[in-house]
Each structure stands twice: as structure tokens, then as C-alpha cells.
Design a protein around this ligand. Structure first.
Ligand code: ZN
Length: 519
């Protein structure tokens, strides 16, 4: 891959060209919940904020930013515009197994001074706010602000008002407009560390020596996929040595904290009211209550604050397809978070009762989720280690010996073959079906038909919209059992003649069939 970059007014614009051996296949993206993603375009930009006196980044820092964002596509070699230092080249080749050119033998690696500042790749979510809460007060919070295109479900008003609140409290917060998430399709970061790219490119301008992340124990130690592993080969730490050689060390400050213990931190530090992990809510303090983040983050905070959880709220969450579909598999992803939730929640709601059975909360204990895993302190740069560790301990206790052992032996792979868990999954889905029409999507048709040329058009409608209360007819793929006489498209059935035809509507793994009679 060959990458060039230029500065045009306040924009840093990067363009890249692929070599024959570069990878353009779909890839499983750990930054996108392990869904498949594909390269979508060959350029990206970062806009320099007006408040900054811009200084060109060190060539090593530019190469680091490129490696993080495009590493998954680079085949054997990376060619950059400006030569990197020999030290960077050595580490790059050791870390990636690929080559980089050109090398500028005269170039020294970037040096830092003792008065340099730490930064945080800030997102506005609970985990990122917890990271902020344990970092020094002079940490520069840098938000990679995705430029708006046609992407309506993503609502930034919560993070924007959090940024306003923090600015009023005299925290140094910077929004950096960028389109790095559009490099792949579906849109998101191409690597879990990509939110740090603005900080890396501004490291010279802002005198930064560290960039921190809010990635959790579940990410870094593999618990998300239901088995504890040491992070030697983790994508979250794979570039740590490259960060070091660029004089901007990666600080995984929340690596020993769980989905639950970060909530303990934001709650204890008084920052919970500015943290909202939900990206679909209307504004700060109004999460959507229909997404997975709301399921555990909002309910955790209720548990911590001894606030009641209403049956209507549970119904709102589980009647959403985005939430319900997570509970089809056995085990689910990040099952520990749901286990911890339903074992602590004070509710007699039938869905919660069935979830306790399905998730097998009688067999596994999740007490370790209340604590801090102290081995993770090696993932914090030396100069900040003691300060950050002391801050964490103010709010969260280190895990007991028993809990550490429980965590290190965490392995839910047996659940995959457990007849008991599969039985309760089926019972839970029967309940979803009865309660929310989730896998029995009902469709109907209006009796009025209109003549379109020689065809008859029948309006088909959904009795219940299952996703975010919006009209989903556009998101559904339609088919008919007899394509010779009828076809279905955009919520209409088109039939050539009188008769009847069976129409199938598919959405995700849900499908519904309906008999349409054309008169
Ligand atoms: Zn939400």
C-alpha cells in the first residue's frame, strides 16, 4: 500500500493506493462487534480544530496513524510519503511482520518532555468517562467527531452536551471532525484503537506523551467471547510498542475494569450524569431504552443507585429486535454482563426470570465483575501508573484471590453444548414471541386494490414495527412464492392476475409469511 498526505487549509487529507498483495476481502472487525466489513474508499481526512496552533506531526506518528487505520488491508509493505526513523522501522517490522519504506536515517524518534500531557480518545460513553475519571485532571479529551452523512440513527447530541458540560468544568476537550469511519462499510472504526488517530496526529501540536483508551477487561482479556485469555496477541495491545516509539504511549487505563465496575467509577466520581453509552437517544439523560448499551449500562446504574426498574422499561428493551436477537445464541456475547445484571436486578418480570435460567446464573458467580483486576496495571505507562491505580482504588476494590481465580478460569464454552441452556433459550423465545410478536412478525394487507396497467397493486402493511418504532417496510426484503404471477417490493404486492399468492417478508433472521388474495 502507498499512502500520501497533504494539508489543504485546515484539512489533513490522506490518499492511498493498493498493491496487488493488499487485502480487499471482507474482514471480521473487532471494533464493529466482530461483524464483517469491507474497504469502502481510498481516502480519509482529519480537520484541524480552530483552537489549535498546528504543527506537522512527526513522520513516525503519521505512519502509526496509517498503520492503525489501514493495517488490516496492508499486504506485505507500506510505502509512506516521508521517511520514518530507523527505530520505527525496526519496531514496525517486528510488530506487523511487514516492511515499511522509505527510512530517513537522519531522523530521530520523537522526544517527549516532562511537561507533556496525556490525552484520552474520548467517546462520551460510560467506559470512556470512567477512563477520564481516573486520569489526571490535565488530560486532553479528544473526540473523533464523525462527519455527518446520511446516518440518522447515530445521534451525537448526548456526547455534545457532555462535552459542553466538561468544558464548563474547565476540562480541555477537543472535537476533531473526521471521516475515518467511512473508510469501511458498514461505517465504523476499522480498528478498536482508531479513535486515537486525531490524538496521534495532534500529538506534536498539543505536546502529548500518552493516549488513553476506555477499552474494558471484557475486550482486552477476551471475556467478551466468553473465555479469559492473556492479552499477548490482542488487537487492543498489538501496537503498544509502536505507540512507545512515537513518544505517545498507549494507556489501557480501564483494562482491569468490567462493564459493571466502570459504572461504579462514574457513579463514585460524580461523572455518571454526563456519561451516556447509548448512541440512539434523543439527548443526554434520555437514552433510547431499546439498545444493548441501554440494557446493561442504564440498568447497572439503577442497580448501583437502588432505583426501581419498571416492567414497562424491561418490555421496552426486550421488544426491540436489536436487544432480543442477542439472546438467541448460547452462550451470548459478553454473557457475563447479562449474568451480572439479571442476578442483581430486583424484578419478577417473566422475561427476567427466564433469562436467569437461560444464562445459568445459579452455576456461575460473577462477583469478580465488582472488582479491579490488578494485573492490568502493566498496561498503563510508568509515568502515570501510580496516580491512575490510586484513583481506580478510590472507587473499586482490587478483586479478591477467589474472584481473580474465577475470572482467570472464566470459560463458558461448555454452555454451547448444554441442553439445559438451549431449552431455556427456546422457552425465552417462546415468551418473546407471545409478548412482543418478535419472531411471529404479523403483516396484513389493505383490502383496497388499485389497478396499475395490467397489474393489481395491493398494499401490505406491518401490524407492529419492531425496530426503534420506525417504519421498517423499507428495511425488509420481500419475496413471493410464485414469482411468475406476483412479486413484492417496498411494502406492495404486484399481481398480474386474480388469484392468491404467498408473500414472504424477511428481516434479519425473522421472517413472516402472509397469504394475499387479489380480487
Ligand atoms: Zn440506547
Amino acid at each position: 500500500m502507498r499512502v500520501t498526505w497533504k494539508q489543504e487549509a485546515d484539512k489533513l487529507i490522506f490518499n492511498f493506493e493498493l498493491d496487488k498483495d493488499d487485502n480487499t476481502d471482507e474482514f471480521r472487525n473487532p471494533a464493529g462487534a466482530h461483524r464483517m466489513h469491507k474497504l469502502a474508499k481510498k481516502s480519509f481526512y482529519v480537520r484541524i480544530p480552530k483552537s489549535i496552533h498546528f504543527q506537522s506531526p512527526h513522520p513516525d506518528s503519521i505512519a502509526l496513524a496509517i498503520t492503525i487505520l489501514l493495517g488490516v488491508f496492508i499486504g506485505k509493505r507500506l510505502a509512506v510519503q516521508e521517511g520514518v526513523s530507523l527505530e520505527f522501522k525496526k519496531v514496525f517490522e517486528a510488530v506487523t511482520g511487514k516492511t515499511i519504506s522509505p527510512v530517513n536515517n537522519k531522523l530521530k524518534p520523537r522526544l517527549t518532555k516532562s511537561n507533556f500531557l496525556p490525552a484520552l480518545a474520548y467517546s462520551g460513553g460510560v467506559d470512556s468517562t470512567a477512563a477520564m475519571s481516573v486520569m489526571p485532571d490535565n488530560t486532553v479529551l479528544i473526540f473523533a467527531d464523525r462527519v455527518d452523512k446520511k446516518d440518522q440513527r447515530y445521534n451525537k447530541s448526548a456526547v455534545y452536551s457532555a462535552i459542553d458540560n466538561l468544558t464548563k468544568k474547565e476540562r480541555h476537550v477537543i472535537k476533531v471532525e473526521t471521516d475515518i469511519e467511512y473508510v469501511i462499510n458498514p461505517i465504523t472504526f476499522a480498528h478498536p484503537l482508531a479513535p486515537s488517530i486525531p490524538a496521534i496526529l495532534l500529538s506534536e501540536s498539543l505536546n502529548l506523551d500518552t493516549v488513553a483508551f476506555g477499552n474494558l477487561l471484557e475486550n482486552i482479556y477476551g471475556v467478551l467471547d466468553n473465555k479469559f485469555v492473556y492479552p499477548d496477541k490482542s488487537v487492543f495491545t498489538q501496537y503498544d510498542k509502536l505507540f512507545d516509539v512515537c513518544g505517545i504511549s498507549a494507556a489501557h487505563v480501564t483494562a482491569g475494569l468490567t462493564t459493571f465496575s466502570t459504572s461504579l467509577i462514574t457513579n463514585g466520581a460524580g461523572t455518571a450524569d454526563i456519561a451516556q453509552s447509548c448512541m440512539y437517544g434523543e439527548e443526554l439523560g434520555k437514552p433510547c431504552m431499546q439498545c444493548l448499551k441501554c440494557l446493561y449500562k442504564v440498568l447497572y446504574s439503577r442497580i448501583i443507585n437502588n432505583q426501581p426498574i419498571l416492567d414497562e422499561e424491561i418490555d421496552s428493551l426486550f421488544s426491540s429486535w436489536a436487544v432480543a436477537k442477542e439472546f438467541k445464541s448460547t452462550p451470548t456475547r459478553v454473557q457475563n454482563a447479562y449474568m451480572h445484571l439479571v442476578s442483581q436486578i430486583d424484578s419478577k418480570h417473566p422475561v427476567i426470570k427466564l433469562l436467569r435460567k437461560k444464562l445459568n446464573t445459579d452455576t456461575y458467580t460473577t462477583g469478580w465483575m465488582n472488582g479491579w483486576y490488578s494485573d492490568s496495571k502493566t498496561l498503563i505507562p510508568n509515568q502515570y501508573e501510580s496516580q491512575i491505580v490510586n484513583s481506580i482504588k478510590e472507587f473499586v476494590n482490587p478483586m479478591s484471590k477467589n474472584n481473580r481465580e474465577f475470572l482467570e478460569q472464566w470459560d463458558l464454552s461448555r454452555e454451547r453444548r448444554s441442553i439445559r441452556s438451549h431449552y431455556w433459550t427456546w422457552r425465552l423465545w417462546r415468551e418473546f414471541g407471545k409478548r412482543y410478536n418478535l419472531y411471529n412478525i404479523e403483516i396484513g394487507y389493505k383490502s383496497a386494490t388499485t389497478q396499475v396497467g395490467t397489474r393489481t397493486k395491493v398494499k401490505v402493511y406491518w401490524r407492529k414495527s419492531i425496530i426503534f418504532k420506525e417504519d421498517i417496510t423499507k428495511k425488509v426484503s420481500w419475496g413471493s412464492s410464485n414469482s411468475k404471477v406476483a412479486y413484492a417490493k417496498d411494502g406492495y404486492v404486484y399481481a398480474k392476475a386474480k388469484g392468491s399468492t404467498r408473500i414472504r417478508a424477511n428481516h434479519g433472521r425473522a421472517s413472516a409469511e402472509f397469504l394475499v388474495r387479489v380480487i
